[in-house]
Design a protein around this ligand. Sequence first.
Ligand SMILES: C[S@@+](CC[C@H](N)C(=O)[O-])C[C@H]1O[C@@H](n2cnc3c(N)ncnc32)[C@H](O)[C@@H]1O
Length: 213
Amino acid sequence: MNYDKDQVAELFDNKLEHIESRPDDAMFKQVGSKALEALELDKNDILLDAGTGAGNNAMKAALSCSRVIGIDISRKSLDRAGIKASEKGFENLEFLYGSIEEPNEGTDLTSYGINKILVNYALHHLPDELKKQGLANLAGIMKRPGRMVIGDIMFFEDPEAHLEKFEEAGYDGGEYDHPSTMGFLKNTLEDLGASVRVERLHPLAGVMIADFL
Ligand SMILES: C[S@@+](CC[C@H](N)C(=O)[O-])C[C@H]1O[C@@H](n2cnc3c(N)ncnc32)[C@H](O)[C@@H]1O
């Protein structure tokens, strides 16, 4: 499986406009809404939005919690997110370079007091071994008790039986997308010590809520 982080960053630098103009019923927006709800944010929470893109979920979340840090590998997306957030007057929101696999790559996040983490429609770009590394590193910078919510393409059923649903789920069939089975993600989070609940929204997409006590 080919994985090249810089290539993925370039892809998102170039398709930012396209993603921004997706209709509201796109599966990734539905999954994003569910994932935001599942975070159960309150005013004391500090949220990391990993793979924040243009920061739309980060901005929604910032209305309900103390502080949000969005990280991404696409510098154009981060720039767009920063401009939008300052136009809207957010003061509890910052956007930093960082990857899911190495969240501290750009800035050391360990002292930020992060107790909630969102990863919406971004984890599936990593191959399974890097997903494991990323989830472990994200869990490592999160205070306890903490909650990590993953909204993403995840296979609840054999994808070969749902070829006609790939587009609906936002799955490119394997070019830049490397989704895992729901079971792989659940086991990975449980191995990290989380108790995990799963909400299926589509045969190929859903939300996973991992509580770390
Ligand atoms: C489909 S967009 C989703 C953006 C946002 N989470 C949302 O739900 O609106 C995927 C984002 O993940 C980012 N991404 C992909 N691989 C990443 C990685 N390894 N680390 C951090 N961000 C990554 C891309 O640059 C892109 O901005």
